[in-house]
Design a protein around this ligand. Structure first.
Ligand SMILES: Cc1ncc(COP(=O)(O)O)c(C=O)c1O
Length: 466
């Protein structure tokens, strides 16, 4: 690396470290004028000094949500460990082509070993395998492709039916669409009071479809729904899937990480019943984006769906224990994504990662408790897997007014840079939702956030009455 590049790397790293300061804006969205200026910046001109371009990059990235901020609780935050950044730098710097054993036998052996370890933690048998993918959407697509290929004869695909719940992540329906299913081939099964897939309703839907000449072939269970963190009854669904000869895909993009927790692992002990399982490392394993895993009960199934052969790939032949990961998934050329998770786990140790996951549970419990202490805050779904949903509901307002009030409270928190729980809809009402998985956030942060929320809610509700 020449001196100029070395200086640029040090400069960027110094800026990245400084940017983690808490005072930075949590949510920054480019205004219309700023977007015009940014688009103009996109167009290449004559070459420029590195330092000037780094300055411009800073201007660009200033407009983003700091998904790793200890007061950001929207969507699924990404409290990425700085260790993941170092692992990412290694993967990106060495730029190994992680498609074949020939091109990257070192990283491929790590990927194999790490996948085997994760599968064992999830409770899958020795036959299991899998690969790193870009995230939960791709993991779901990969698992569902196996379900389609193994359970539906090619000429019968139009008769296939897939079962999700009303709380299943949208990427599942998207993946089924990519695989050629029409919307009418996806059944949205009701959930129970705890927002878990209603297994009796599932059994009824499967029976009705069979009676109508359809071919039920896959059920998608959620381990950690995005809305409330609920975990479907994996054992009951697996039992039903066994009886009905359905493929069981578990979307654990968010919740499967609990398999590494010391204190809460029992919550997810049905994961090992899955035929295929999605698990994101860029959610609750503290990795930078573009890092998820798909695990399957029998790694041969991946080969049967994805094995690739072409004359120009013949020099990179795979062996029994020396896989070409391009035979396991959609991508041919792929980065060595496993390396950053490996790096993080090696430096922190698996136990510390498990403790960081447990911390998310503690914060959510603290949030629920702090809300219960104050008047008019209604808990819509209690702390589950680091997620709480809640609503400010002073008396004398109709449902629409409360929707507007809660939407405005979230907006105001962002405008004041006080914290960012965002909103979702549950039971047809707007609710506030916080996902509290940041290892840097403290119970003090959570209690301060609740005080900030309450102060604004009281003021805004009072103002609304005048
Ligand atoms: C439960 C669940 N499944 C799948 C996904 C999709 O994952 P990704 O955004 O990594 O593609 C998400 C994203 O939040 C999720 O929460």
């Amino acid at each position: 690396m020449n001196d100029e590049i070395g200086a640029a790397v040090r400069d960027v790293l110094a800026r990245l470290t400084a940017d983690r300061a808490r005072g930075e804006p949590i949510v920054s969205i480019a205004s219309a004028d700023e977007a015009i200026a940014l688009r103009a910046l996109a167009v290449p001109k004559a070459g420029r000094p590195i330092a000037a371009v780094i300055d411009d990059a800073e201007r660009v990235f200033a407009h983003r949500v700091r998904m790793d901020h200890p007061r950001f609780y929207g969507f699924i935050p990404s409290p990425a460990s700085p260790l993941s950044l170092v692992g990412e730098m290694l993967a990106s710097g060495y730029n190994a082509h992680a498609g074949s054993w020939m091109q990257s036998s070192g990283p491929a052996a790590i990927e194999q070993g790490l996948i085997a370890w994760l599968a064992e933690r999830a409770g899958l048998p020795d036959s299991a395998g899998g690969l790193f993918v870009s995230g939960g959407s791709m993991a779901n697509l990969t698992g569902l492709m196996l379900a389609r290929d193994r359970m539906l004869p090619p000429g019968e695909r139009h008769r296939g039916v897939a079962y999700v719940s009303t709380q299943t992540h949208s990427s599942v329906a998207k993946g089924l669409g990519v695989l050629g299913l029409l919307p009418g081939q996806i059944r949205k099964v009701a959930v129970d009071a705890d927002r878990r897939l209603d297994v009796a309703a599932l059994a009824g839907a499967v029976a009705a479809d069979r009676a109508a000449g359809k071919l039920p072939f896959v059920v998608i269970a959620s381990c950690g729904t995005t809305n409330t963190g609920s975990i479907d009854d994996l054992h009951a669904i697996a039992d039903l899937a066994g009886r009905e000869r359905l493929w069981l895909h578990v979307d654990g993009a968010y919740g499967a990480s609990v398999a590494l927790s010391g204190s809460h692992r029992a919550l997810v002990n049905g994961l090992g019943r899955a035929d295929s399982l999605s698990w994101d490392a860029h959610k609750w394993l503290f990795q930078t984006y573009g890092c998820g895993m798909v695990l399957v009960r029998d790694r041969m199934h991946l080969l049967e769906s994805f094995a690739t052969s072409a004359e120009y790939l013949q020099d990179a032949a795979a062996g029994d224990d020396t896989p070409n990961f391009w035979d396991y998934g959609v991508e041919l050329t792929r980065p060595a994504r496993a390396m950053k998770l490996w790096f993080t786990l090696q430096v922190m140790g698996a136990r510390a990662v498990g403790e960081a996951i447990d911390h998310g549970f503690e914060l959510a419990a603290a949030l629920e408790e702090a809300l219960r202490e104050r008047p008019h805050w209604r808990i819509v779904s209690p702390a589950q897997l680091g997620i709480v949903t809640f609503r400010y509901a002073p008396p004398g307002r109709d449902a629409n007014a409360l929707d507007a009030l809660n939407t405005a409270i979230a907006r105001r928190m962002i405008d004041d840079n006080a914290g960012a729980p965002l909103t979702t809809r549950l039971d047809d009402a707007v609710v506030l939702r916080a996902c509290t998985i940041s290892p840097e956030a403290t119970v003090g942060d959570i209690r301060a956030m609740v005080a900030d929320l309450d102060a604004r809610a009281v003021e805004m509700a009072g103002a609304g009455r005048q």
